[in-house]
Design a protein around this ligand. Structure first.
Ligand code: DCS
Length: 482
């Protein structure tokens, strides 16, 4: 018993991994936790709040706020997961011929069925399709052996950062604002985070000069920059980088000896005229001089128009890696045995939609367009209505699924936040939640203080009502602290 702590437990908050204790992940932090408590209170009969339900605008989880799954995906998934249905009488009345054909094809690829472990990098036939998809998208070939199917993009990001960070001075450059999986994992793995700012006044553009300065400064302070994270289209800022900007970035990373990690999970979420260009295309377009350049691209079934977050599908493509390093990454993947098979099937469906002439094509296109068109309308609506509020400014929302407006908060509000031991934007987000039921994430959770992140995923009527409440709250808040 001498090994027990005073709490009577072997493990206490003080003796577990302190990097875990210090790690922060705001997307599921204080404000969403408070929101969940409030929602439970309402369900238990509490009528004291000035709203009837919490509106979750904190997380990019489309189905949780009402987005319907696309029929074709679910039908194929159902048959692949329950092949016995294919033997049932009348199956062809329930499922269209192309659904049955696709399901049989996938069943043929998955040796052992969805209940068996697969190859640690993922089912080879599906990786072959991923390689074909990349070639079709970029016009440059991809190798099946370089594709790893992952549990969402998250597990790929975790594997790569685990591989890269060898000592505390190993530094990863991350954009500011950033998606907090990067800061969280760098903390957990005991590395160094070096932020490079995106320029809000220029629509969150990437500034190569400031980036070079950050790399130089980090070196002066004894850090060893090893990799740079790029989120394109951006979370939380909704920007989309130009081809030329990406070219400059690749040249800089090559010259500075940095591995480029391209988080491209929002590649389908583009609402303005600038198209998404993949990092792979940019690097390969640069020709043979860049053929050995090391970079990774992450993709996911959680975003786009699909939004199948719970499926945990994703892939990463490694390019230019030393085969000995890639073998270690393979070993790391094998220590997790394999990514889940349902997610692997979802990846295949994501990259091989029904084609014209397929029986499901029309319905699929209609369902897909309805989701996309609504996202586009909401991105425009949110941008415009946020900018109509005095003291709130929002850059154009060109991609992803978030608005990241800047809040001009009165000094008295900042002092009150300090008194409550909260960052000003957390104080604001808690007030917004308590008064309107809108659950948003404070910008400081993304290293973008004095901002707030709102998803534009809820249904259009709900979002419209929410914005009028948002405006009312903002005016009330400013008046209260002026
Ligand atoms: N990369 C970015 C930029 C993301 O926004 C997310 C999830 C991920 C990776 C990981 O997603 P998956 O593991 O599901 O592929 N976005 C979180 C967010 O900001 N809201 O919802 C989840």
């Amino acid at each position: 018993m001498q090994y027990l702590q005073s709490s009577g437990k072997v493990l206490t908050k003080k003796n577990i991994n302190q990097n875990l204790v210090e790690m922060q992940y705001a997307v599921r932090g204080l404000v969403p936790i408070t929101a969940e408590r409030i929602q439970k209170e309402i369900l238990n009969g509490d009528t004291s709040k000035p709203f009837k339900e919490v509106l979750y605008c904190n997380i990019g989880n489309p189905h949780s706020v009402g987005q319907k799954p696309i029929t074709f995906y679910r039908e194929v998934l159902a048959l692949v997961d329950c092949p016995m249905l294919l033997e049932r009488e009348g199956v062809e009345k329930l499922f269209k011929p192309d659904v049955i054909k696709r399901a049989k094809e996938l069943i043929g690829l998955i040796k052992g069925g969805t209940g068996a472990y697969s190859h640690s990098q993922g089912i080879e036939g599906i990786r072959k399709h991923v390689a074909e998809f990349i070639k079709g998208r970029d016009g440059h070939p991809a190798q099946v052996g370089d594709i790893f199917l992952t549990n969402g993009a998250s597990s790929g990001i975790q594997m790569i950062l685990t591989t890269i960070i060898a000592e505390p001075t190993d530094a990863i450059l991350v954009p500011l604002p950033q998606y907090p999986i990067y800061s969280a994992l760098i903390k957990l793995l005991n590395g160094t985070q070096v932020g490079y700012s995106l320029d809000e006044s220029k629509g969150w553009a990437l500034n190569i000069d400031e980036l070079m300065e950050k790399i130089r400064e980090a070196r002066v302070q004894g850090a060893k920059p090893k990799a740079l994270v790029l989120i394109n289209p951006g979370n939380p800022v909704g920007n989309c980088l130009s081809y030329d900007n990406l070219v400059d970035l690749v040249k800089l990373c090559k010259a500075e000896g940095l591995v480029l990690l391209a988080d491209e999970v929002y590649q389908e979420n583009i609402y303005a005229d600038r198209p998404f260009v993949s990092l792979k295309k940019v690097v390969r377009d640069l020709g043979p001089e860049f053929s050995g350049f090391e970079f990774v691209s992450f993709h996911s079934t959680s975003k786009g128009i699909i939004g199948e977050c719970g499926r945990r599908g994703g892939y990463m493509e490694l390019c230019g890696f030393d085969p000995e390093v890639q073998a270690q990454i393979y070993k790391l993947a094998s220590s997790g045995l394999c990514s889940n098979i349902d997610g692997q099937v979802m990846v295949d469906l994501m990259i091989r939609p029904p084609l014209p002439g397929d029986e499901s094509y029309e319905d699929f296109t209609r369902e897909r367009s309805a989701i996309f068109d609504s996202l586009k309308r909401k991105s425009i609506f949110l941008h415009e209505s946020l900018n109509e509020i005095a003291g709130v400014s929002c850059q154009p929302l060109k991609g992803a699924m978030y608005a990241f407006p800047k809040l001009d908060l009165p000094p008295k509000a900042i002092a009150a936040a300090e008194g409550a031991k909260h960052a000003p934007d957390t104080f604001y987000a808690l007030s917004l939640l308590e008064n309107t039921g809108i659950c948003a994430v404070p910008g400081s959770g993304f290293d973008g203080p004095n901002h707030i992140r709102l998803t534009f995923l809820p249904a259009e009527d709900k979002l419209k009502t929410a914005m009028s409440h948002f405006r009312r709250h903002h005016e009330m808040f400013v008046k209260k602290y002026s």
